[in-house]
Structures are given as structure tokens and as C-alpha cells.
Design a protein around this ligand. Structure first.
Ligand code: PLP
Length: 399
């Protein structure tokens, strides 16, 4: 590192000049935040060595910064990946993968139950740019095989879909993708790498909305991509060139949040399983959707892929229409209705009004999303208190 210049002489000359960092033989326990947009080299030769990769270092924050690199390393190690990258949102993680790896003429096969914005990217943005996308049911490997054509470059799926929590058989999808020399990119946001590591099951790329469970406190918007060193280079170039990098402060918050990831995932998974079983006993609840329950259509695949960690997401259907749902939401005094998931606290959402509002009622009905369908992102509260709150709100919604 170039040495700090000494303090300015006393007087006005020190107003604009930066004050040197105090000498210290100790170093901070906690990762420092590096908001600097740019890095200083001793001379052109040193800067050149850093740009060439001959020496470790940073140049300009869009090209990489210490907080993003620390967070990327942390997530890549959890995913068992050679390399990790941070982007400014989950959506920019998908964008970086596509921008870095697609070339003119390539087509994509993608799940038809992807996260709403990802689906919009597939069905509106990519076709606008000349990339055709074939959408299919990702929980049906035969449908994926049928959709792959000679121009297919990539298959994009989520391990667990929203809000019906359909589970894609990543083992089977990895086999068919490898056979056809197609890249398999997997959104692992819902399970987190603590429950499932797609690369170990043959996927080529894993991506995350770090905004959700990884960061865990609803105070950052970030994404992550994990892959091999070979794929890392073009995806990194796309991030740097298209300007998809994450802010150092967000990265710092996410790294801090991740220190408690294991505790949060264990607690929220246990709470979700308890809440799902509880909801199934309540009058006025027509259906409960949770991959950990034997009545879920993908329970066997979920058990094989996720072990006993079926996730913190639960969906259920109230008997009735929008009026019942609205009474239920208003009766949940301490549980907010908000369009996100993975927070420390429990949050409910209404897919027909939020994530799936772009679909016609008939298209929603065909997927199994109705006016009474409510999605719950279960937090780390006391499970008994949580069940009491739901009991009370469901009872009030029925009158
Ligand atoms: C939220 C989410 C995204 C998009 O992430 P942002 O950080 O909001 O851009 C992608 N996939 C899934 C499964 C998500 O839940």
C-alpha cells in the first residue's frame, strides 16, 4: 500500500487534504467499510500491475471493492463455488449472467413460475433484445428436455418457486443440461446454501437475491453470482461494463447480517413447519402449501434435495375473496403486509396483488394462485406467539 502522506502543517492547508489514518499496530475486529470510489497507487507502474492482475489491489470501486469481495467470498464458500460476485440487486445478478454469457442467436429455457421480475425479463426484455425464451414447468424435467433446442444456451430455474413452493429437481435438470451442453443457472434465494448447494448437484451457476434471507434484515438490496473461475471472467466483465456493482455499505450490512444466517434459517424453518401444521387445523383455511408437508406435490423431491430444511416460506388459501383477505391483513396487528421475504420478522404478502399482478385472473387460477392465497415469509419470532396472531386474524377475517 502506498504510505499515507504526513499531516499538513498547522493552518488552512489541512482543510481540503485528507487527514492521515491514525497509526495502529492493532487492527479492527469488524470489517471496515470502504466507501472509497477510487484507490491510490504509488505510480503508474504499480497501478498497471493492479490492472493487469499481477498484484492484488483495487483501482475503481465499480471494478471491485473490498466489501463486495469479502461478501462474495463468504457466499461463494457457502455455495462451494470457486468464485463469487456481488451485484446491486438480485435482478442485476440475473442480468449479469445473461449479459456476460449470451451472444446473438442464443435462446433460453426458463421456468414459468420464476420470480415476477425475472419472468418479465424473460418474457418482455429478452425478446425485445432478440433473445427468445421458452417457458416451461421447471418441476417437470421432461418438459425442460422437450423445450431445449439447438440454439438453447442456458436453462434458468429456481429451486423453490414463489408462492406455490414447487421444487425443481435440480439433479435431473443438471443431467439433461449437461447432456445437451447447456448451462444450468439456478436461483437459490429461497433455500439458501445452508439447505441446498446447487453446484454440488451439477448446476453451473447459482445466483441469489441477497436482499432476502442472506442479508436478512430488509435494509439492503444486493445480488450474488457463484460459479467456476472460467465463467467468473465474462460475468465479472458484464458487471463492471454494464455497471451492476453493489455499494460497499450494502455489502458491509449484508456481511454483518450473514453472521447470524445459520441461526435465522434454523429458527425460521422450524417456525414455518410449525405454522404450516397449525394453519392446516384452522377453520376458514382451505389449503396449506409447504414442501415439508406430505400433501405437497413435490414433497418427495424436496425431501431428497433439501433434507429436513424445507424453508421459511409458507402459503395458504383463505376460504373467500379479497374482502376476507383484507379483513385478515387488517387484523394482523404486528405482522406487516409487504412485498418481500426473508426478513427477521414474519411478513405476509398477497401474490394476486403483488408478485403476480401482471397475470390475468385466469392465468393465476391455472397456476393455482387465487384471491384467497396468502404468502407468509416466516421470521424468527416465538412460534407460539406467531400461531396465536394467525389464529386471531383468521377468526376475525371470517366474521
Ligand atoms: C427478490 C427475488 C429476486 C430479485 O431480487 P432483488 O434483490 O429484489 O432484485 C430474484 N429471485 C427471487 C427468488 C427473489 O425472491
Amino acid at each position: 500500500m502506498p504510505p499515507e502522506p504526513p499531516n499538513q502543517p498547522a493552518g488552512r492547508s489541512s482543510v481540503v487534504r485528507r487527514t492521515p489514518f491514525p497509526a495502529s499496530v492493532t487492527r479492527p475486529l469488524v470489517s471496515p467499510i470502504h466507501p472509497s470510489a477510487v484507490y491510490i497507487a504509488r505510480d503508474a507502474a504499480e497501478m498497471n500491475r493492479v490492472y493487469e492482475g499481477a498484484e492484488a489491489g483495487f483501482t475503481y470501486a465499480r471494478e471491485g471493492n473490498p466489501n463486495a469481495e469479502q461478501l462474495a467470498t463468504k457466499i461463494a464458500r457457502l455455495e462451494g463455488a470457486e468464485a463469487g460476485l456481488i451485484t446491486c440487486s438480485g435482478m442485476s445478478a440475473v442480468s449479469a449472467i445473461l449479459l456476460g454469457l449470451l451472444k446473438a442467436g442464443d435462446t433460453i429455457v426458463a421456468g414459468n413460475q420464476l420470480y415476477g421480475r425475472t419472468l418479465r425479463l424473460m418474457s418482455q426484455e429478452l425478446p425485445r433484445l432478440g433473445f427468445a425464451t421458452d417457458l416451461m414447468d421447471a418441476s417437470d424435467p421432461a418438459a425442460v428436455v422437450a423445450a431445449i433446442r439447438p440454439s438453447t444456451r442456458m436453462v434458468i430455474v429456481e429451486v423453490v418457486s414463489n408462492p406455490l413452493l414447487r421444487v425443481a429437481d435440480i439433479d435431473a435438470l443438471a443431467r439433461v443440461s449437461r447432456d445437451r451442453a447447456v448451462l444450468l443457472a439456478v436461483d437459490n434465494t429461497f433455500p439458501t446454501p445452508l439447505a441446498f448447494r446447487p453446484l454440488e448437484h451439477g448446476a453451473d451457476i447459482v445466483f441469489h437475491s441477497v436482499t432476502k434471507l442472506l442479508a436478512g434484515h430488509s435494509d439492503v438490496t444486493l445480488g450474488a453470482v457463484c460459479c467456476s473461475n472460467e465463467l467468473h471472467t465474462p460475468i465479472r466483465d458484464a458487471i463492471v461494463t454494464w455497471g451492476l456493482n453493489g455499494s460497499p455499505f450494502d455489502c458491509w450490512l449484508a456481511e454483518r447480517g450473514m453472521n447470524t444466517l445459520e441461526l435465522r434459517v434454523a429458527r425460521s424453518n422450524a417456525n414455518a413447519a410449525a405454522l404450516a401444521d397449525f394453519l392446516a387445523t384452522q377453520r376458514g383455511v382451505r389449503q396449506v402449501i409447504y414442501p415439508g408437508r406430505a400433501d405437497h406435490p413435490d414433497h418427495a423431491v424436496a425431501r431428497r434435495l433439501l433434507g429436513n430444511q424445507f424453508g421459511n416460506m409458507v402459503a395458504f388459501e383463505l376460504d373467500g375473496g379479497r374482502d376476507v383477505v383484507d379483513r385478515f391483513m387488517r387484523s394482523l396487528t404486528y405482522i406487516p403486509f409487504a412485498p418481500t421475504l426473508g426478513d427477521v420478522s414474519t411478513i405476509v404478502s398477497h401474490p394476486a396483488v403483488t408478485s403476480h399482478r401482471g397475470l390475468t385472473p385466469a392465468a393465476r387460477e391455472q397456476l393455482g394462485i387465487r384471491e384467497g392465497t396468502i404468502r407468509v415469509s416466516v421470521g424468527i419470532e416465538d412460534a407460539a406467539i406467531l400461531c396465536d396472531e394467525f389464529r386471531e386474524a383468521i377468526a376475525k377475517s371470517l366474521v
